[in-house]
Design a protein. Sequence first.
Length: 321
Amino acid sequence: MKAVVLAEPEVMRLVDLPEPEIGPREVLVRMRGLGLCGSDLGVYRGAREVPERPWLMGHEGVGEIVAVGADVADRVVGQQVAIEPNYCCGRCAACVAGFTSACTERVIVGMNHPGLLAEYVAVPAEFAWPAAETVALEDLVCTEALTVARSAIRRSGVEPGQRVLVVGAGSQGLLLCLALRALGATVAVQEPHEGRAELAQSFGAETGVDGEFDLLFETSGVPQALRAGLARLRRGGTALLVGINSRPLELTAADLVYRQHTLKGSLIYDHPVDFETTVDLLNRDEVRPGKVLQARFPLEEAAQAFASVQSVAGKSWISFD
């Protein structure tokens, strides 16, 4: 089968690999689409370490089941699926408490476990979520990223009618705008990139940041952007930090105490509820996240696809069809 591997930072190669064999509790998925995000860009550039090179990248994968393991009873050949690429152990204290995003043994596809940038991949059946045939491929490709956004929304406690500020209109910020508007919140976006701001506006977000906001979602990972956003957060308001950056936040205790802000980190999602409810939302055609896809590449142009992540206003993806 064809696959694309990262030979060294920013150097990718199209290779032939053996088709994977599946275990009794796995399914074999023929890949159809792969979304790209900032964490993929970190691996591509060498900023995020991987176990070895050459390395199979990619984690936002969707496709069609072509074989099922002997012990799999609830998945069938022919189903289109979205892959949940964080395999929790189900045994540690965090998993038992339903807080699987904090799993101490979490397998992270494309990061500490080989990724999905291949024509066929083996996936644990419980992490391959069947979607209705009516769900368009472009919408399905956004499932994982949309689940991250919706998990942050769930953790925030946002309610319909509240004013929400989204800092950063990369793909995660755009999907937050889409999901928040679907919930009935009033959304404004803080984004200096004109193309991204216009795209957010097409998703129903305001681009004028006026007045105060009940909640803030920070997706850019830029400390200065967070500080500017917090200046617009009402006293007693909550900020959800979704963007990741190792730089200091440049905040003081006084910043938080005097305004009584709550800062909360939101990492990926919790299994199985978050992925399950997102796929159900797509099945009911209540949200169309495929609008965020702005650049499509074939497998042979994977290197150009990864290089485009930072510059594209919207989300880049790789099509296997």
